[in-house]
Design a protein around this ligand. Structure first.
Ligand SMILES: Cc1ncc(COP(=O)(O)O)c(C=O)c1O
Ligand SMILES: N[C@@H](CCOP(=O)(O)O)C(=O)O
Length: 462
């Protein structure tokens, strides 16, 4: 399997190279040069498999010959062995039509663990082969940071610098990053938004003064391996609810468009998906793009779902590439226009090609109301991000005969204030996070300028 850049100019790479490269050298994102296909019979044969084996089957065509089938199975067994639920991503039914897919049973209580537990092992595997090292620079609006840190803390040949927007993540999220004591972990709080942090990460990949001395790696969903691992749970949910004979709709709380793009990949591979519902909070660039063709970024508004307080959605570029004719040079031109104007229109081909997607936006009242409904009517406590997904799922008007699965992207205890305001109940942290509030924090605060962040990273990277 070879990977190509969405901007058409970077060299094509194999799976190991793409995992270590993160962002493409032309500023684009890597995607497989073609989508692997499963027949209905092949999908049906996956029914009842343990999650780790299902993951190996779904990932195998993407990995190509970079891992033997046996080694891939050793890695998936190790990655998913750390989850607190035997099913790894269990489904919970809310009513006749709605289910939630709980993706928060990993070590840091969000869906990010599903991919990052695997990515940490892949880094070790591929770096070990060449005795290389990696300086990871990541941006987080709260969840990627802790999941990535958990996955790589203590590794000898990996160092991680994680940027979060100061004061804009929950206390639990911040502490899950800043209380990890390991010499290779560096937390940085910047003045600014997640979008500012993500822009700095992309800039550092293009900074020749830095890349001449350090091999920069990515843990954000710009790294293809993240998305590959997220495709698996769409298969897991479908197989439990009658797939491949029955088609499902998925509602996905969306920010950087990685999770829902993984659903698009599952559909491309042959999984019957009726609709992908892109659920946003008031930072609704994706809702406007999909409903009106208007992809224009404003400033970020802080909400009770801080991990989705994102306006510039990295993985939307992968969708535009895939549904708009896979013309890298034309997309590079379109993205350059967006970088300058912070706005662009989708082409007719892009809008038409994205027909599997629909979208909805939830304001703060809708989010609270969805948390309350799930708790009072169904006995399920949801976090605010999942509640946005549920609001969109119920608003989308899907045929009642089609099951709608909302991705539960975080544990409610990561956002206790918002959950308590909506339901009157304060969720407690599961025992696996330990004495989070007793541990000492360590992070530096930096101004929100690229130079300040770059100088800090260069000054502290070994
Ligand atoms: C809890 C939670 N829900 C939803 C999202 C949005 O996911 P994505 O960025 O893949 O669209 C995020 C952040 O990425 C998150 O942390
Ligand atoms: N919501 C994310 C933002 C980063 O997105 P990613 O999926 O590209 O890593 C977070 O919680 O950090």
């Amino acid at each position: 399997m070879k990977y190509v850049s969405t901007r058409g100019e970077a060299p094509s790479l194999d799976f190991a190279e793409v995992t270590l490269a993160g962002l493409a050298s032309d500023g684009g994102l890597y995607v497989p040069e073609s989508w692997p296909q499963f027949s209905a019979a092949e999908i049906a044969a996956m029914r009842g498999l343990p999650y780790a084996e299902l993951a190996a089957r779904v990932m195998e065509p993407f990995v190509g010959d970079c891992l033997t089938p046996q080694r891939l199975r050793e890695l998936t067994a190790k990655a998913y062995g750390r989850f607190a639920h035997k099913a790894v991503t269990p489904l919970v039914q809310l009513d006749e039509q709605h289910w939630v897919l709980e993706l928060f049973h990993g070590p840091t209580l969000a869906f990010k663990d599903v991919a990052l537990q695997m990515l940490g092992l892949l880094f070790e595997e591929f770096l070990g082969r060449e005795e290389g090292s990696l300086t990871i620079v990541g941006a987080t609006s709260g969840d990627t940071g802790s999941a990535a840190i958990d996955a790589v803390a203590g590794l000898d040949n990996v160092e991680i610098f994680m940027l979060h927007p100061k004061g804009r993540v929950s206390d639990v999220q911040r502490r899950q990053m800043t209380t990890v004591r390991a010499p290779n972990v560096h937390n940085i709080a910047i003045d600014g938004s997640f979008d500012d942090a993500q822009a700095m990460v992309k800039r550092i990949f293009a900074d020749k003064d830095v890349t001449a001395k350090h091999r920069i790696g990515a843990v954000n969903s710009i790294n293809w391996a993240r998305l590959m691992a997220q495709v698996v749970y769409y298969f897991a949910a479908s197989l439990q609810l009658g797939g491949p004979e029955r088609s499902l709709a998925f509602s996905v709380p969306t920010g950087n468009f990685g999770d829902v793009f993984a659903g698009h990949v599952a559909a491309r591979m042959g999984l019957p998906i009726e609709q992908l519902i892109v659920a946003t909070n008031v930072n609704d660039i994706l809702h406007r793009a999909l409903s009106e063709g208007d992809y224009s970024a404003g400033s970020v508004t802080p909400t009770s779902a801080p991990s989705m307080d994102i306006q510039v959605s990295s993985n939307f570029e992968r969708l535009l590439f895939d549904v708009g004719g896979r013309d890298g040079l034309a997309l590079a031109e379109q993205m350059r226009g967006f970088d300058t104007a912070k706005a662009m229109r989708l082409t007719n081909a892009q809008t038409k090609g994205a027909a599997l997607f629909t979208s909805a936006r939830a304001d703060e009242g809708d989010t609270s109301q969805a948390m309350r409904w799930a708790y009072e009517q169904c006995g399920e406590m949801l976090d605010p991000h999942t509640a946005i997904g549920l609001h969109a799922a119920r608003a989308a008007g899907i045929d009642p005969a089609i099951p709608v699965v909302t991705l539960a992207t975080a544990h409610p205890a990561k956002f206790p204030d918002a959950v308590e305001r909506a339901t009157g109940i304060r969720p407690g942290l599961p025992a696996r996070v330990g004495d989070l509030f007793a541990r000492e924090e360590s992070f530096v605060e930096l101004p929100g300028t690229y130079e300040a962040v770059r100088d800090h990273i260069v000054g502290h990277a070994t």
